[in-house]
Every structure is written in C-alpha cells, then in structure tokens.
Design a protein around this ligand. Sequence first.
Ligand SMILES: Nc1ncnc2c1ncn2[C@@H]1O[C@H](COP(=O)(O)OP(=O)(O)OP(=O)(O)O)[C@@H](O)[C@H]1O
Ligand SMILES: Nc1ccn([C@@H]2O[C@H](COP(=O)(O)O)[C@@H](O)[C@H]2O)c(=O)n1
Length: 231
Amino acid sequence: MENGAAPTVPAVIVAIDGPSGTGKSSTSKAVAAQLGLSYLDTGAQYRAITWWMVTNGIDTDDPHAVAAAAGKPEIVSGTDPAAPTITVDGVDVAGPIRTQEVTSKVSAVSAVPEIRARITELQRSIAAAAPLGIVVEGRDIGTTVLPDADLKIFLTASAEARAARRSGELKGADVNATREALIKRDAADSSRKTSPLAKAGDAVEVDTTALTLPQVIECVVTLVEEKRAGK
Ligand SMILES: Nc1ncnc2c1ncn2[C@@H]1O[C@H](COP(=O)(O)OP(=O)(O)OP(=O)(O)O)[C@@H](O)[C@H]1O
Ligand SMILES: Nc1ccn([C@@H]2O[C@H](COP(=O)(O)O)[C@@H](O)[C@H]2O)c(=O)n1
C-alpha cells in the first residue's frame, strides 16, 4: 500500500444452519480459525439457559414458567474458535450443558418465544462486535438472527450418517437410539412456531453425508473466499 497502512478486509458474517449432527460446530470452528474470524455456537447458548432452568428447579415443560425466568440468567459466550467458552452467571457450564438431561430438554426451552427473543438479541450484539467478522452456527441464523449475513450455508446429512458420527463421539452409544433421538429433536426444532429450524431461501445447501470433515471445511472456506472476492 502507498501509505504503508495494512490492507483492510471488510468484516464478513457467515451463517451456518442445519439439523443436529450435520457438522455445524466442527466446520464452523475450523472455518473461523482458518480465516481469522470469531465463532459463535448458538446451540450452546440455548443449552446454557436450559441448564440454568433445570438447576433452578424450573419445570421446562411449562412454557409460562420458562418465559417468566427467561431474563434471569446472564449468559456469556467467548468467541475464540480455538477455545470457545460459555458461562452462566459466571459459572463455566461447557461440560454440564452436554448432559443427556439438558439435550432432552433444550428443544422445549428453546421453543419459548421469550427465550428466543433474549438469546437472539444477545447473538446479534455478539456478531456486531466481532472485529473481522464471525461464523455463527445454529438453526435460525440465516432466517431470523442474521438475515443479512454475507454467506448462508445449510448443512445436511442422512440420519444414518449423523447417528454414526454421534455414537462414535459418545463412545459406542446405540446407533438406533441415537438416530431416533436426533430425528425427534429435529422434528421438535423444525415444527416450533417461533423461528424454527429452516433453510433460508438464499442459503447454499451442502450435503455432508459422503464428505469428510476436511472436505466440508474446504468447501465452506472456498465459498467464503469467493464471496469476499465478489464472485
Ligand atoms: N463430514 C463429516 N464426516 C465425518 N464426521 C463428521 C463430519 N462432520 C462432523 N463430523 C463429526 O460428527 C460429530 C457431530 O459434529 P458436530 O458436533 O460438528 O455437528 P453439529 O451439527 O454441530 O451437531 P449439533 O447440532 O447436534 O450440535 C462430531 O464428532 C464430528 O467430528
Ligand atoms: N439457533 C439455534 C441453535 C440451537 N437451538 C436449540 O438448541 C438445541 C441444541 O443445539 P445444538 O446445536 O447444541 O445441538 C437445538 O436442538 C435447538 O433446540 C435453537 O433453537 N436455535
């Protein structure tokens, strides 16, 4: 550059949505790390608020009780893709939010409109503050949270592939039971009234069934680079 200043690259916002186990977290983290962007796992935020409800004795099947408590916990997400963090009222909940109990209750909590309004506002403020841009992954990022994202990706994979991946991760958990649980959670997330799991009309769909994780990452990095180059 003539004046010696570093070239500036405009911040880029990437939304990655899709059903459970399609590879959103693994792909988003790697893409963000490779491109020097921030990373936000929005599922972790819904899990964190669900964990708080369970810990505080709120009946997660009672939407009125959940709505009344929606504003109480303070959720903080750290957005470094190399070391993402999640705390509730200052407590590190990265481990507890992955329990079977939280996983079985998170869809009911995240269907409550007051919960979605609170978490959506938080997600938008985090995205707006990311200096170089951010990869945000979830279920409604391209449709509702960041409808003006520069690039929207919708990851899919067969239920069989997703169950095999998850049961490998859960060290030998029964594949059929894992498959049924994934299908049940996707059905709940897709059928809720407020901001359901859905592909945005302008999202690029990537079927990851027959792709390795490095192939998916390369595909998304290429899409971001093409977008940045104005292709
Ligand atoms: N293309 C792929 N091939 C093989 N395994 C994969 C692929 N993508 C992801 N995985 C593995 O599948 C598992 C689930 O991936 P990941 O957690 O990234 O999915 P997710 O869409 O974020 O799931 P959830 O929505 O349930 O959080 C992980 O063990 C991950 O390493
Ligand atoms: N944008 C989002 C993201 C997640 N959810 C809900 O959270 C659950 C857990 O998500 P994981 O990605 O950690 O599996 C998910 O099943 C949804 O109920 C959401 O509603 N919107």
